[in-house]
Design a protein around this ligand. Sequence first.
Ligand code: PBG
Length: 335
Amino acid sequence: MSDAKFHLPIRPRRNRKSPAIRGLVRETVLTPADLIYPLFLHEDDRDDAIASMPGCQRFGLEGLVREVGEASAAGVRAVVLFPKIEESLKTPGAEECHNPDGLIPRAIRAIKSAHPEVAVITDVALDPYNADGHDGLVVKDEKAGDLRILNDETVAVLCRQALCHAEAGADVVSPSDMMDGRVGAIREALDEGDFEDVSILSYTAKYASAYYGPFRGALDSAPKAGDKKTYQMDPANWREALREAELDVAEGADMLMVKPAGPYLDVIRALREEIDLPLAAYQVSGEYLMIKSAAAAGWLDEEKVILESLLGIKRAGADMILTYFAKEAASRLCR
Ligand code: PBG
């Protein structure tokens, strides 16, 4: 055996020889404080399982408050809310999105009074509120048979939506619509309304991704016609993400986001290197389901793959991660 030894001054394996040494040289550490928990809610008092996202539920207000409490106990201190709006409340102008007694304002108040330690983040976009399922206001050109998503008119509605969330007590508003100029306009509207402490987490680089499919099933918010490619980004582009990031910085965003996360790690890395604002990444519904379904089939170890997938996103440069695994991952990290 000893004949096989050769002189090798540099042996990287020395830094992997025991858990103690590996702990000392570990470069990336995932903690529950990094995680943001996306939660679905609806008008019903019951909590319903979501068929398109096994393991996730659509909560009534009571169930929502309970779930936020459990997540907080596990160390997750931020949630983001997604509403399923009754069909009868959906209108072309999406007016329900700024109803002060709407589902989201009521949910914010309920969470804030029960769990004031938890940061409440709200999604700012119109897709749950208009029957078209688009993030903005839609005009249809019947003759040409196509549709246009209005930019500036949409931004005006998004400002009212953001103000409505701020009035109800949201800590952070998070525009996910990808309209041009919305961050600056929302900042101005919040400041004029004396909400200068409410932060903006901008979906800076949100790609037109097939990984959102299960989410749209959860909210019944899939576009009725057309797709989102005239506002969400082309999956082929990363320089364009830098351009979006520079605009968001100039318009006053507090934090930026890349979405989806796993298939866009290079974009996360690029924004981390070029921009000094805190960076979020969203492990979206399709990424969640790929892990869930493979684990359900017995094909991979769910617990380990969840933590590895999140660690990879953090290592790429994300400071915080939105993930449907937040509560589960946090309780595992604390064990
Ligand atoms: C819509 C919105 C979407 C997601 C978050 N906000 C879907 C879309 O843009 O069509 C997707 C999240 C997920 O897939 O987990 N404003």
